[in-house]
Write a protein that binds this ligand. Sequence first.
Ligand SMILES: C[S@@+](CC[C@H](N)C(=O)[O-])C[C@H]1O[C@@H](n2cnc3c(N)ncnc32)[C@H](O)[C@@H]1O
Length: 353
Amino acid sequence: MTKTIQTTWLLYCRPGFEADCAQETLRQARQQKPVIAEQEAVQTDSGYVTLNLNDQTLRYSELVFARQLIQLQLVLETLPERDRLTPILEAIAMLPGKFGALWLEVPDTNDGKTLSAFTRRFQPLLEDALREQARLEDNPREQRLHLFFPDKSTVLIGTSDPHNSAPWHMGMLRQHMPSEAPSRSTLKLAEAIEVFMDKSEQSRLLRQGMTAVDLGAAPGGWTWQLVKRGLRVTAVDNGPMKGTMAKHPLVQHLRQDGFKFAPARAVDWLVCDMVEKPAKVAKLIGDWFIAGYARQAIFNLKLPMKQRINAVDAALSEIKSRLDEEGINYRMLAKQLYHDREEITVFLVRTKR
Ligand SMILES: C[S@@+](CC[C@H](N)C(=O)[O-])C[C@H]1O[C@@H](n2cnc3c(N)ncnc32)[C@H](O)[C@@H]1O
C-alpha cells in the first residue's frame, strides 16, 4: 500500500493552471542543471501538480503559478475508511525530524471542498497523536507537515520549508471583503500587499501622506485600499468612482486615458488594474519607472487564453531588460494570487543598489 518517492514535488495552483504550473517549475529546474528524472503528473482542473525531479532545488518565490511548494515524501493509496489514523501514523513515523505545524489540505475544487468536513474532524485526532509522540510542536521555524487528500482514500504526505514556501494553509491567503469598499477587486490589492511585503516593509512603503496614481481605478476598490492607509490618490478612469471613493478628500478622479496620463510630479506608488494586453501594460510600467514617475508599483497582467507562460515571460522580460539597460536597481515579484483569476499580480520596487 505504501510507495516511497524521492525528490518529488507537490505544488498547489489555481485549478485550470496545472500545465502552466508544471511548465514553469520544470523550466526553473532546467535552469540549474539538466533534468534527468523528469516525470510530471498533470491532471487538468485538479488544483495540484506533482513533479519528479533529480536533485534540483526549487525556489518558491520565483514561481508565478505555484501557490505552495511541498517536498512529497510518501503516498498512501486505498486508505481504509474505518481507520485512516493507523496507516497515516505509521507512514509519518518513517519521516525524520520534528514538525512545526500540521496542515491537512484538500484541492481548491468543488470536490475538494466536500472533503473539508472530514479533514476538520481528522485534524485533532492526528494532532493529538503526533504531540503525544513529541513529533509536533508549534514552531514556525521547523518544517511543516502537509497531508494532502485528493480524495478520501488517498493521502500525499509531504513537508515544506518555512523559508521556501507559502506561510498559509493550502497556499491561499483569503481576505475578508470590507463592506465599505466599492468593488471585490479590492481583495486583490489587499492580498498583494500582504503577499509581497512583510509588515515592516508595509509600514515603511505605505505611509500616511504618500501619493499614488491608480490607473483603471473605477469603481475604486484599489483606491480604497490606498486611502485606508492614508495615501493621497489620483484615480484615472473614464468610468465612475463609486461609494465613499466618489467624493473622498484624498481622491482626485480624472477621466483620462491611463495609457496617456503622466503625473505632474513623481508619486510614491503606481497601481494599475486596466484590462489590457500584458505587453501594453509592461511597456507602460517600464515607461513610468524610467521616467521616475513612481518608486513602487503593483499591477495586474491579464493572461491570454493560450500561451500564458510566454505572455508572462515576455512582459516581465520587457520590464527587466529596459530597467537593466537604464541601470535602475529593482526587486520584482510576480504571483497568481488567490483572488486573481485569469491574471497575475506583479510587485515592482526600486531599490538602492
Ligand atoms: C478591472 S476594472 C478596475 C477595478 C478597480 N481596480 C477596482 O478595484 O475597483 C478595470 C478598469 O480599467 C478601466 N480602463 C480600461 N482601460 C482604460 C484606459 N485606457 N484608461 C483608463 N482606464 C481604463 C476600465 O474603465 C475599468 O474601470
